[in-house]
Design a protein around this ligand. Structure first.
Ligand SMILES: [Zn+2]
Ligand SMILES: [Zn+2]
Length: 298
């Protein structure tokens, strides 16, 4: 959520973040250009394929930054208001939105800069926000030193579904902050440790899955062993039943692996068959047997 919406009343963990702070020796009081040493270093190290530098999106100069050596990881955010679905058809609108967020954060909230370290549009472009090694202002008071902040340009109305390109872009941004900003391995949502709906249910579900690249690894279906040649149904017992139960258990079903096909096995079988659009007869025949190993899990 954009901090102006009450998600963060004070995203800066220190009030000195937007005025030069003599107490903080790590504050960058004299600002390098957007293409200063940090930017050059990260370009050499590992730029996301579609990184849009500050100068390229017309960012205003920040007031000042507090430098961070490293973080435990990254927190994912969303804009969290009505986002026009027209964004999807017009990448220029993405840039306009990023600029308006920066304006709100600087002029509305009086912050040093846009709150996020990076923002990602539906087309998968990664907008450089504060960038690596900078304290963000998005996670909530006291929470900004632990995690960088990356924001997906989706809302809670209008454009709410993150595209595959956006998920890839978020992943690019996270990996960029790891490479160039020494972010740790944690990937969390804004709502972790802070009372907010951000980053919305869809992005949060993705975060909870480990923020996988779409079409990536979550379902590596194996090859089914040969069908045992007998239909497994209530009353069946033996090794084949046990093999099937064990695989269902592996897929995440609550099922006792005892080699006895009883009511529980039948119930699980029917639920699985319905999920996979198989004939829900509660009997493991060749199709259900094969799906038990080869159908995607999600
Ligand atoms: Zn947020
Ligand atoms: Zn875009």
């Amino acid at each position: 959520m954009s901090p102006r919406n009450g998600g963060d009343t004070s995203g800066n963990s220190t009030p000195g973040n937007f005025t030069p702070n003599a107490d903080d020796p790590t504050a960058d009081v004299s600002l390098p250009s957007p293409f200063g040493t940090d930017a050059e270093a990260l370009v050499v190290r590992s730029p996301p394929v579609k990184l849009i530098h500050r100068a390229q999106w017309g960012a205003r100069a920040p007031k000042n930054y507090t430098r961070l050596a490293s973080t435990k990881g990254v927190k994912v955010h969303y804009v969290g208001e009505t986002i026009s679905p027209a964004l999807t058809d017009d990448h220029d609108r993405c840039t306009a939105l990023v600029k308006s967020i920066q304006r709100d954060h600087m002029d509305g909230n009086g912050w040093a800069d846009i709150a996020y370290n990076a923002l990602v549009c539906p087309h998968g472009y990664v907008y450089e926000g504060r960038g690596p090694h900078r304290l963000c202002a998005a996670n909530g008071p006291g929470l900004n030193t632990d995690h960088y902040a990356v924001c997906g340009l989706v809302g809670d109305k209008g454009l709410v579904v993150p595209s595959d390109a956006m998920l890839n872009g978020l992943r690019d941004a996270i990996e960029w902050l790891r490479e160039a900003g020494d972010a740790g391995s944690q990937i969390k949502g804004h709502r972790d440790g802070y009372s907010t709906s951000c980053p919305g249910d869809r992005l949060y579900a993705w975060v909870k899955k480990g923020a996988p690249r779409p079409g990536g690894k979550p379902t590596p279906p194996g090859k089914a062993p040969a069908w045992p040649g007998v239909y497994l149904k209530v009353g069946s017992t033996g090794t084949s039943v046990r093999t099937w139960q064990a695989q269902m258990h592996k897929r995440g079903w609550t099922i006792t692996v005892d080699g006895v096909y009883g009511d529980e096995s039948r119930r699980v079988c029917i639920a699985f068959q319905k999920e996979k659009h198989l004939n829900p007869d509660g009997i493991v025949g060749p199709d259900t047997w094969r799906a038990t190993w080869e159908a995607p899990i999600a």
